[in-house]
Design a protein around this ligand. Structure first.
Ligand SMILES: Cc1cc2nc3c(=O)[nH]c(=O)nc-3n(C[C@H](O)[C@H](O)[C@H](O)COP(=O)(O)O)c2cc1C
Length: 168
């Protein structure tokens, strides 16, 4: 049953609803003209399977959003559950720009985007469209190359990084 007929729910209610959702964790990265940057992001999902296309939502005023717009490409590295430190590194504001890439082994994909070695799945995307909404850029990227590895993905739920529970 619908509980609120107003045009929009409050941000608090929305956040409370989203805290109950468990999401995979990715690093969205980009490189252009010798400049690299990236952020931890949970708003990453498959937009279409044919053609293979990913959707990411990134704060418009972030350095990585500006590099994506300029170089028309981005990478998404879905982290393994052993890589939570990388999720913290790319979200806590302690390091920025090139400094972010001082930990982990980074590969350069066909578009030039950095992809993290050991990620469970890493996708190299060519930008095909952008929608702006609420201070974020929703980037649609055609997947032009990818890497997969063994392992389970890192999750984020109720404010914590988590691992998958054992299978039944
Ligand atoms: C679990 C988690 C998920 C995040 N997801 C996103 C996201 O999907 N898009 C985004 O732009 N920022 C996301 N962020 C925030 C960025 O990783 C980063 O902290 C932020 O861009 C830093 O910007 P600020 O210095 O303006 O706060 C997320 C942060 C965390 C911890």
């Amino acid at each position: 049953m619908l509980t609120n007929r107003a045009e929009t729910v409050s941000t608090e209610a929305y956040l409370a609803g989203m805290r109950a959702i468990v999401q995979p964790v990715g690093l969205v990265t980009a490189a252009c003209g010798g400049e690299r940057d990236g952020v931890t992001a949970v708003t990453v999902c498959s937009a279409t399977m044919e053609p293979p296309t990913l959707l990411v939502s990134i704060k418009q005023d972030s350095a990585v959003a500006q590099i994506i717009t300029r170089c028309e490409a981005f990478g998404v590295s879905f982290l393994a559950d052993t890589q939570a430190r990388m999720a913290r590194r790319f979200s806590d504001g302690g390091a920025e720009g090139e400094m972010l890439f001082g930990d982990g082994k980074w590969l350069t994909a066909a578009t030039g985007a950095p992809l993290l070695d050991g990620a469970v799945s890493a996708f190299d995307c060519r930008l095909v469209d952008v929608v702006t909404c609420g201070g974020h850029s929703l980037f649609l990227g055609r997947v032009v190359s990818m890497i997969s590895n063994e392992g389970e993905g890192l999750l984020y739920g109720d404010g914590y990084f988590r691992r998958l529970a054992s299978k039944d």
